[in-house]
Design a protein around this ligand. Structure first.
Ligand SMILES: Nc1ncnc2c1ncn2[C@@H]1O[C@H](COP(=O)(O)OP(=O)(O)OP(=O)(O)O)[C@@H](O)[C@H]1O
Ligand SMILES: [Mg+2]
Length: 259
């Protein structure tokens, strides 16, 4: 079930360093939202704050509010593990469980969620998830081999398969196609288009064409200089961002005059 995310006045810290400042934004369900901006502006940091993955680093914390369908995700009685179950994530660097088999990597989330499933149903789900991530053909004959034997791009797709297998409400993808060839990239974009019927999707991408192709809404982050916090400069319909943005900084960035 796709859910809506509302962020208000969010500040994100690494220890004393304010990495992202004052983000207020609403992310619509059943749509793809793209986040763009130069390296170091806080896109990954912001993404990780949405499912409480940011705070796993010592000293990392947030101020402000993030809610999903009105529920405050940082309320004291909310279990961060539960949040991550509903808001899945594909990281910028692929992180499969290396010694675990390809099959078990995809099934890992389902098993963690303690969902009882018949072997046949689990087989089906693993196959569907791998098909969705455009990896099935390459791995169907080696499902029991360790994930560490896959190439970087294959590992990235394995992580995508693992994330979609649990059917999260929201799927966060940090540069999901950065290590992929053009065919897998298009397959992942097709997958996003299909998944947004059911999920809320937020992707970070450095690829403007990709943002323009897959997303309904785009957020542009920027940073004034080293040591300064990143800020959400503009959030608008993707069409508007790429044709007639409100902010000059957005236009400079997308037209390649900056960053
Ligand atoms: N673990 C960390 N500890 C301290 N500072 C960090 C940490 N991770 C990121 N930062 C800092 O936070 C800021 C935002 O980093 P972040 O990784 O979110 O940027 P980004 O927009 O995702 O960049 P890129 O496009 O290169 O992935 C940067 O100044 C970065 O150096
Ligand atoms: Mg990043």
């Amino acid at each position: 079930m796709a859910k809506r995310i509302d962020v208000s006045d969010l500040n994100i810290y690494y220890g004393n360093f304010l990495a992202v400042e004052g983000v207020t934004v609403s992310i619509e369900p059943r749509s793809v939202t793209a986040l763009i901006g130069p390296s170091g502006c806080g896109k990954s940091t912001f993404l990780r704050s949405l499912n409480r993955m940011h705070e796993v680093l010592p000293g990392a914390r947030v101020e402000g509010k993030v809610s999903m369908d009105g529920q405050d995700l940082y309320a004291p009685d909310v279990d961060p593990v539960d949040v991550r179950r509903h808001i899945g994530m594909v990281f910028q660097r692929p992180n499969p469980f290396p010694t675990m088999s390809i099959y078990d990597n995809v099934a890992a989330g389902i098993r963690l969620n303690a969902r009882k499933m018949k072997k046949n149903d689990l087989d089906d789900l693993v196959e569907r998830s791998l098909l969705g991530a455009n990896l099935w053909k390459e791995v169907k004959d080696r499902l029991t081999r360790p994930a560490s034997g896959l190439s970087g791009g294959q590992q990235q797709r394995l992580c995508i398969a693992r994330a979609i297998a649990v059917e999260p409400d929201v799927l966060l993808m940090d540069e999901p196609a950065s290590a992929l060839d053009p065919i897998s990239t298009l397959a992942i974009e097709d997958l996003m288009t299909e998944l947004k019927e059911r999920f809320t999707i937020v992707i970070v991408t450095h690829n403007m064409q990709q943002a323009a192709r897959v997303s309904e809404q785009t957020g542009f982050f920027n940073v004034a200089g080293a040591g300064q916090p990143g800020r959400l400069i503009e959030f608008n319909a993707t069409e508007k961002i790429f044709s007639n943005p409100d902010e000059k900084a957005t236009e400079d960035y997308i037209s390649g005059r900056f960053g």
